[in-house]
Design a protein around this ligand. Structure first.
Ligand SMILES: Cc1cc2nc3c(=O)[nH]c(=O)nc-3n(C[C@H](O)[C@H](O)[C@H](O)COP(=O)(O)OP(=O)(O)OC[C@H]3O[C@@H](n4cnc5c(N)ncnc54)[C@H](O)[C@@H]3O)c2cc1C
Ligand code: FES
Length: 261
């Protein structure tokens, strides 16, 4: 695989919720970006932070020649990104990983898209591409509170949106599992199910859709190389306990039942 790496230029950066930033980048690499669920491996412009930070593609816009990432400030690396301004450059590798498989979905199909917190961003580009296929989209999005929720209006342009908050400050009180139980009653069996979020959310989706032929989970793992060489990001195969899978290049998206989460 040819190394896809570039100094991309920051078009804009906006604080969209407490500690959450939307960053728009431009560069030749945008031409390589097609699949939702893939991620960028971004070098922190600080000499002492050697490992790149993996951040999912939230939007790919070929007309504008831009891509968007949405990230939450967790530690030194993301704090450093949040201080950067338009015109500055970031060393980006990508797009990397095995993204969401959209093949099973056709016009008119019902699709469930389930996300939590900072797992929500990659679901936006996924929704945009599924809407282009004219699927009927049902989003179930969980956040800690109303304050840290984002992109509701943008998701509403793509389909039906149901929101839950852990503290009950907005939408349904509780976690996304409550929304999933309701959607199973209100909607027909979905053609495909896609999820990204914390481990608890992924386990809930897996429990409900383990046997579903087109249910996909996007996982997180601590990464180093980001391209399959160092084995820092392995998880265990669920079907063969002697086998490991690398989240960075065999994932981050896996089918339900494929790996142990
Ligand atoms: C495939 C993938 C996609 C991701 N997409 C997003 C996204 O769209 N938005 C977003 O806000 N976050 C996303 N993350 C999590 C993001 O990578 C971490 O929050 C970020 O690396 C933290 O870096 P830091 O320097 O601020 O924190 P620190 O805690 O200082 O990081 C120290 C080290 O741990 C690694 N690390 C820390 N937390 C994580 C984590 N949760 N997952 C993987 N590595 C971690 C860092 O990369 C770094 O190498 C994604 C992670 C993966 C694996
Ligand atoms: S991070 Fe190196 S193999 Fe996945």
């Amino acid at each position: 695989m040819a190394l896809k790496q570039e100094l991309m230029t920051i078009v804009s950066q906006k604080n969209i919720a407490p500690s959450i930033y939307e960053l728009v980048l431009t560069g030749e690499l945008v031409n390589e970006m097609h699949t939702p669920g893939q991620f960028l491996h971004i070098r922190v412009p600080r000499e002492d932070l050697l490992l790149r930070r993996p951040i999912s593609l939230a939007e790919i816009n070929h007309d504008a020649g831009t891509c968007t990432i949405i990230y939450r400030v967790e530690g030194d690396g993301t704090a450093c990104f949040s201080q950067m301004a338009s015109g500055e450059q970031l060393d980006v590798m990508g797009p990397l990983g095995n993204g969401f498989d959209l093949d099973a979905v056709s016009a008119g199909d019902t699709v469930f898209i389930i996300g939590g917190g900072i797992g929500v961003p990659p679901l936006y580009e996924l929704g945009r591409q599924l809407k282009e296929k004219q699927a009927q989209l049902v989003f179930m999005l969980g956040f800690a509170s109303k304050e840290v929720s984002f992109y509701e209006d943008k998701f509403k342009e793509l389909g039906n949106v149901f929101i839950s908050t852990d503290d009950g400050s907005y939408g349904t009180h509780g976690h996304v599992g409550v929304l999933m139980a309701q959607a199973a009653v209100d909607y027909q069996e979905p053609t495909a199910v896609y999820a990204c979020g914390a481990t608890g959310l992924l386990r809930a989706v897996e429990a409900r859709y383990l046997e579903h032929p087109h249910a996909y989970l996007s996982l997180e793992a601590r990464m180093a190389c980001g391209m399959g060489a160092c084995y820092a990001c392995i998880c265990q195969s669920a079907t063969d306990e002697t086998k490991n899978k690398k989240v960075c290049d065999e994932g981050p998206v896996f089918k339900t039942g494929e790996v142990i989460i």
